[in-house]
Unconditional design. Structure first.
Length: 216
């Protein structure tokens, strides 16, 4: 057993928390880019796009994130891709995040009154111009709060990346526990750090929702 002080434990967990934050941001930004591409494809009603996006959403929402991480880590290796735990976690979480964001945003676009589409069409705007100038600005106001709120789920989801060897907050907690044999203390610190990451985001999401509801 290694003798760790409380400060040593907390300091090492803080170092690992940087990777949790980094992975969360990569998954959120990457998932957002994929999600907006899927949203445009679905909204534009390109041939086969609606069915493809619906299947994509069902696949990633209907299977456990843990299984997706395993498939990304071990599956890519079957095709000769040298996969690190970092790459596998980033890919799996990005795809998982995009499947939820595209549904959140689809609902927000659907919430824009049909008359707004008709008004944009009457101005002879192209589909891209309708989205950019009329629909998306209104949908964005609706989407901000739930999108920010979903970031909390992404942060918590990064904990599962520990099972493929990615050293983030949960994995670091396990490693420190194995060295100190103080699981209650270590995992209490892990929980506290997750709370410190997620609670301000939750508060901000609720604040945005109240503010935007008042403005509407």
């Amino acid at each position: 057993m290694v003798d760790f002080s409380l400060w040593d434990i907390f300091r090492n967990l803080l170092l690992a928390a940087r990777w949790t934050v980094g992975l969360s941001l990569i998954a959120f930004v990457g998932g957002g880019l994929v999600g907006i591409a899927l949203l445009v494809a679905r909204t534009a009603r390109w041939p086969g796009a609606e069915r493809f996006v619906a299947g994509y959403v069902q696949l990633f929402q209907g299977t456990p994130l843990l299984m997706q991480l395993f498939l990304a880590y071990f599956g890519l290796a079957l095709f000769g891709v040298d996969t690190s735990a970092w790459m596998a976690a980033a890919v799996a979480l990005t795809l998982y995040t995009s499947a939820f964001l595209v549904e959140i945003w689809r609902g927000c676009v659907a919430a824009v009154p049909k008359g707004q589409w008709e008004a944009a069409q009457s101005l002879a705007l192209s589909f891209g111009e309708q989205l950019r100038h009329v629909i998306l600005p209104q949908a964005t106001r609706i989407a901000i709060a739930p999108t920010v709120g979903f970031l909390v789920q992404v942060v918590k989801g990064t904990a599962l990346a520990s099972v493929i060897g990615f050293v983030e907050l949960t994995k670091a907690g396990t490693m420190i526990t194995n060295a100190t044999f103080q699981p209650f203390l270590v995992y209490s610190c892990v929980a506290l750090l997750y709370f410190a990451l997620c609670f301000p985001v939750s508060l901000y999401a609720r604040s945005l929702e109240r503010k935007l509801n008042v403005q509407r």
